[in-house]
Design a protein around this ligand. Structure first.
Ligand code: DQA
Length: 146
C-alpha cells in the first residue's frame, strides 16, 4: 500500500511560524515523524510539500497515474479557499484524510470552513504531529476495510 502525504503552504515553516499555535518542532522533524509512522503502519509513503496551489493540484493528479492508494493532506490555508484542490481530490477519487496541526474549529471564523473536507473520509485537527500518525493508521484501516 502506498500513501502520498501532502503539506501545503507555510507548513515548511513549522517550528518558526507561530510556535504557540503550530509547535516548536521543525518541518524536518515533521517529515521524519511521518516517515516513521508510515513505516510502523507498514505502508510506503511519498512526501510532498508545496506553497503553490497549482503544484498541489498537479501532484494530486499525478497520484492517480502512480496508483497511490491513499492521500493524507494538510492543505494549509488552501483548506479554506481552494475549490481546485477539492476538485482534484474528487477527480482522482483516492481515499483522503485531511489533517491540521491546530484546532481550526476553535480559531478565526475564516478557518471554520474546509473545502477539502468535502472530499475527505476523515478530518483530524488540533492534535499536532500526532494527527498525521492517526490519519495514516485510519486510512490504512479504511482502505483495508473497503
Ligand atoms: C493549518 C490550519 C490552516 O488554517 C492554516 O492556514 C495553516 C495550517 C494547520 O495545520 O493547523 O497553514 O492547516
Amino acid at each position: 500500500m502506498k500513501f502520498l502525504v501532502i503539506n501545503g503552504p507555510n507548513l515548511n515553516m513549522v517550528g518558526i511560524r507561530e510556535p504557540d499555535i503550530y509547535g516548536k518542532k521543525d518541518f524536518a522533524a515533521l517529515q521524519d515523524y511521518i516517515r516513521e509512522q508510515c513505516a510502523e503502519a507498514g505502508v510506503e509513503c511519498e512526501l510532498f510539500q508545496h506553497n503553490h496551489e497549482g503544484s498541489i493540484v498537479d501532484r494530486i493528479q499525478q497520484a492517480y497515474f502512480e496508483k497511490i492508494d491513499g492521500i493524507v493532506i494538510n492543505p494549509g490555508a488552501y483548506t479554506h479557499t481552494s475549490v481546485a484542490i477539492l476538485d482534484a481530490l474528487k477527480a482522482v477519487a483516492i481515499p483522503t484524510v485531511e489533517v491540521h496541526l491546530s484546532a481550526i474549529e476553535k480559531r478565526e471564523s475564516f478557518r471554520q470552513f474546509s473545502y477539502v473536507s468535502l472530499a475527505a473520509v476523515k478530518t483530524i485537527a488540533g492534535k499536532g504531529f500526532d494527527g498525521y500518525g492517526e490519519g495514516i493508521r485510519f486510512l490504512k484501516e479504511y482502505i483495508e476495510g473497503k
